[in-house]
Design a binder for this molecule. Structure first.
Ligand code: NDP
Length: 285
């Protein structure tokens, strides 16, 4: 065996059920190669009834951490040693990392969005409209409230879910929070500074965009999408055609992956490499 050889790999995985094709694997493996660390990122199918054993497994096998997809993001909280404050407020964990022997649950989705947003503006005091009230919307709304957004309006098709999110965010304090139903006649109010699509509409192969009144969208608005694939979603193309500035979901996905990379490796993430790998995967490099 050569003195250079190192057969030990540090393991990070994504637990999901069912295991969908997960582009994160391409991004993380590219990042590990660029950083010259002997890490592997694995896609692992875990049935809901096996989640506790799977978490025991990552302790036994000394995984550096994991990502979690639906349906594990809430249930996993029972099996971890610590939960970050923002994951508690969001009510879901998408990233687990190790601190000593402890497994810590965190949520990086909203912080990934905020990292992209901060390249355009400071959210403090600004007015936001968020379309959607699912996991992505919840993570973004909570982080915006923590970042002292001036106002946040949750706009959702299902009013019960929408109102529940508005109540959750209002409980954080600091931002003015309201709910509006999402209908084809919905029109973002005058003075809105940022409009975010956090619904699942437009994710490949769906080529749709949320049904609303786009007539008030213009150059004064920053329009953001959580949809990473395609990065130029129908929603962003419509907004850009009306002169709005846009922010894509690819950047959010890269930035949340970069936060995970830092938590697992204690190294600075090669963000450019990660974005390029994902864009290539989505055929938009
Ligand atoms: P959820 O299933 O939790 O929520 C979906 C949301 O979309 C709900 O608010 C739902 O409304 C709304 N919605 C879906 N279809 C329609 C429709 N036809 N008309 C109106 N509203 C609709 O999903 P997530 O929040 O977990 O994920 C949403 C998207 O965010 C996904 O496409 C995912 O890929 C993306 N995402 C991107 C990330 C990134 O880093 N870029 C990170 C995480 C997620 P209702 O409540 O009325 O059903």
């Amino acid at each position: 065996m050569s003195a250079q050889a190192n057969y030990k790999s540090e393991l990070v995985g994504v637990f999901g059920h069912p295991v969908a094709e997960n582009p994160t694997i391409v991004m993380m493996e590219a990042a590990f190669r660029a950083a010259k660390v002997n890490f592997r990122y694995l896609t692992i199918e875990v049935l809901p009834e096996d989640l506790r054993s799977a978490i025991d497994g990552i302790r036994a096998m000394s995984f550096r951490g994991i990502n979690l997809t639906i349906p594990h993001k809430i249930e996993v909280m029972k099996y971890l040693d610590e939960i970050s404050e923002n994951a508690k407020l969001i009510g879901a964990v998408n990233t687990v990392y190790r601190r000593g022997e402890a497994l810590v649950g965190d949520n990086t989705d909203g912080r990934g969005f905020l990292t992209s947003l901060r390249e355009e503006m400071d959210p403090a005091g600004k007015s936001f409209i968020i379309l959607g009230a699912g996991g992505a919307a919840r993570a973004i709304a909570v982080e915006l409230a923590l970042a002292k957004a001036g106002s946040i309006v949750i706009v959702n098709r299902d009013p019960t879910r929408g109102k529940a999110l508005a109540d959750r965010v209002a409980g954080i304090g600091g931002s003015k929070v309201a709910f509006s139903p999402l209908t084809a006649r919905y029109r973002p109010p005058e003075g809105t500074e940022v409009l975010v699509n956090a619904t699942s509409i437009g994710l490949f192969p769906d080529a749709g965009r949320p049904d609303l009144d786009y007539s008030c969208i213009g150059p004064s608005l920053l329009v953001c999408d959580v949809i990473p694939n395609p990065p130029r979603s129908a929603f962003l193309l419509e907004a850009a055609s009306r002169g709005a500035r846009t922010l894509d979901g690819l950047g959010m996905l890269v930035n949340q992956g970069a936060i995970g990379f830092r938590l697992w490796t204690d190294l600075e993430p090669p963000v450019g490499v990660m974005r390029e790998a994902l864009a290539r995967e989505f055929g938009s490099a």
